[in-house]
Design a protein around this ligand. Structure first.
Ligand code: B12
Ligand code: SF4
Length: 491
């Protein structure tokens, strides 16, 4: 009698345990050179019900042997899902997915994020994955997991393209309309080892995103394609509540807002700053600002932002030539850039300007104008830094489409996209002499307007003279610095 009872109890125990077995979902972030937190995967993980799914995030940038970890984790899993940006991350995503599919052919593999959203057909055709999620991922991914759990196909799940299991054909379900992110739960950073990112990035900072999308139409950017010019931002109190909870846990000294356009609504920014001040937050913060938004933002809001810890903003200047700015549909005026810079100067806020040179049709006069404007901005404050990039067409925008129509050869297929490198030296649209001049300018502007010191003064004056006269004859300062950097790399 007693042994029967024991068996029944054990049986009930096993059954109740089984009812708690949750499908395992493995989310992978491919290797990359920078160490921002994998916010896309945190967004997906946080949206899924913890009682229903056992979610694990694996970041290729943190693991010594990511493949081993993935294969161990995929044992018995319901889905292996990867977030993929265009370029090098594709290579790692592909290698890991191929291995997963080799070891677990029946396991559903899903890719989402910017690259698969731009190229769903190619991605499905040339990889062993089962489905692609396009655009905002939270709901579509949950629906995929529900379909897997009930052994259904992905038919009809908005925002998903998939390979039909029976025919192998690619099926595109209708697009999913982006919804307000205020409907989604707070990001659960417990899914990642927050301290490990701090160590790698060298700064005790938290990556956080307070909005999704962008309302603008710049024709070199993939955002209008991805989010169809939609934008949603968290309510100010929510941002403050979440950051307060996170600060009490992690004690970061800086928050890096990863939003495309943080300053979209001036009154919202003001309310965010007021919340930070009211709660006496002790961290500093960084965010992106469009020059038109900054020039419209009242002085007292700049002052509140500064008081609340705003340290630096990132402004996409793109070009100093108004003709080029208009051509790229940036919808800003150079006067707004200066206006914005003046306000930041007044309130002690630093700026990173980002500039792109070498657009198709850009003349040398346009390039000279960019250099002139950059020089003016650099002179205003050593803390106004400028990064100059060379234009390279990347997918999902009007410029790329026009170039393709004109016969420009973009990478063909997933393997060529994996080799695609955004950070290039030069552009087919820049004459070689101009390229050399810009490379010299990039070096000397840093020297000429870095923080002055008594010892640096003569070298700085000489650098300023070189820039003014476009005289880069025998650039010994540059050669010396490059030699030291090369030596350091070798040692
Ligand atoms: C942080 C960041 C990075 C990080 C990487 C982030 C990471 N995954 O580890 C670093 C610094 C490495 C990086 C590098 C670059 N980046 Co970047 N980056 C960003 C940034 C600012 C934030 C990304 C983010 O976390 N967003 C927050 C999450 C919640 O949104 P999301 O990524 O869109 O994710 C949602 C959906 O896409 C989807 N989703 C995403 N992944 C997945 C996966 C699955 C399985 C599913 C179902 C859904 C899904 O669901 C998510 C929730 O809704 C974005 C701009 C932005 N604000 O999004 C640019 C952005 C993604 N980067 C971009 C670019 C151009 C670059 C660089 C080229 C910059 C440069 N000049 O070097 C490099 C290139 C990368 C490379 N090829 O090596 C472009 C897009 C490029 C592209 N086609 O892939 C963006 C959009 C900026 C822009 N407007 O141009 N970047
Ligand atoms: S460049 Fe910036 S402002 Fe322009 S569309 Fe892209 S995200 Fe929006």
């Amino acid at each position: 009698m007693f042994s029967n009872m024991l068996i029944i109890t054990a049986f009930i125990y096993i059954l109740s345990g089984m009812s708690h077995i949750r499908p395992k979902v493995i989310l992978y972030n491919p290797k990359a050179v920078f160490y921002t937190m994998p916010l896309a995967l945190i967004a997906l993980a946080s949206y899924l019900d913890k009682n229903k799914y056992e979610v694990q995030i694996i970041d290729g940038r943190l693991e010594k042997d990511p493949l081993r970890k993935i294969l161990d984790s995929c044992e018995g899993a319901a889905c292996f899902a990867v977030s993929v940006l265009t370029g090098a991350p594709i290579k790692d995503a592909l290698e890991m997915t191929n291995q997963v599919k080799k070891h677990f052919p029946e396991l559903n593999a899903v890719w989402g994020g910017w690259h698969p959203s731009l190229f769903p057909d190619e991605t499905l055709l040339e990889t062993p994955i089962n489905a692609v999620v396009k655009g905002q991922g939270e709901i579509a991914f949950e629906k995929i997991l529900e379909a897997i759990a009930s052994n259904q196909s992905f038919q009809g799940i908005a925002g998903v393209s998939y390979k039909d299991k029976a025919t192998g054909e690619i099926v595109h379900n209708p697009e999913r309309t982006m919804i307000d992110i205020n409907n989604f739960p707070a990001f659960n950073y417990d899914y990642i080892p927050v301290n490990a990112y701090e160590k790698l990035s060298g700064r005790n900072q938290l990556d956080y995103i307070a909005s999704q999308g962008c309302r603008f139409r710049c024709n070199f950017c993939a955002d209008p394609f991805m989010y169809k010019r939609g934008w949603y931002g968290y309510a100010p109190a929510r941002i403050a509540d979440e950051l307060e909870t996170l600060w009490n846990k992690y004690h970061f000294e800086h928050v890096h807002f990863q939003d495309e356009t943080f300053f979209t609504i001036g009154s919202r920014v003001e309310a965010i700053a007021e919340e930070f001040i009211k709660r006496k937050f002790r961290f500093s913060w960084f965010a992106t600002m469009r020059a038109d938004q900054g020039s419209r933002l009242p002085d007292e809001v700049f002052a509140k932002c500064k008081e609340s810890g705003l340290e630096r903003v990132m402004i996409g200047l793109e070009s100093g030539s108004q003709r080029m700015i208009d051509w790229m549909k940036k919808d800003i005026k150079i006067s707004q850039v200066y206006d914005c810079a003046e306000k930041c100067l007044k309130h002690g806020i630093s700026i990173n300007f980002s500039v792109i040179i070498g657009f198709p049709g850009e003349t040398e006069a346009d390039m000279d104008e960019t250099i002139r404007v950059v020089t003016e901005l650099r002179k205003m404050n050593p803390e106004f830094r400028v990064s100059i990039f060379y234009f390279k067409p990347y997918p999902g925008n009007e410029i790329a489409d026009a170039l393709i129509a004109d016969g420009y050869q973009m990478p063909q297929g997933i393997n060529e996209w994996a080799e695609f490198d955004y950070v290039v030296k030069g552009s087919p649209w820049i004459p070689i002499n101009k390229f050399k001049e810009i490379e010299n300018y990039k070096f000397y502007q840093r020297l000429a307007w870095s923080k002055p010191s008594f010892l640096k003064k003569p070298i700085q004056s000489f650098a300023q003279w070189r820039i003014k006269n476009k005289n880069y004859f025998f650039p010994f300062e540059r050669l010396l610095v490059e030699l030291i950097i090369d030596r350091q790399k070798l040692s």
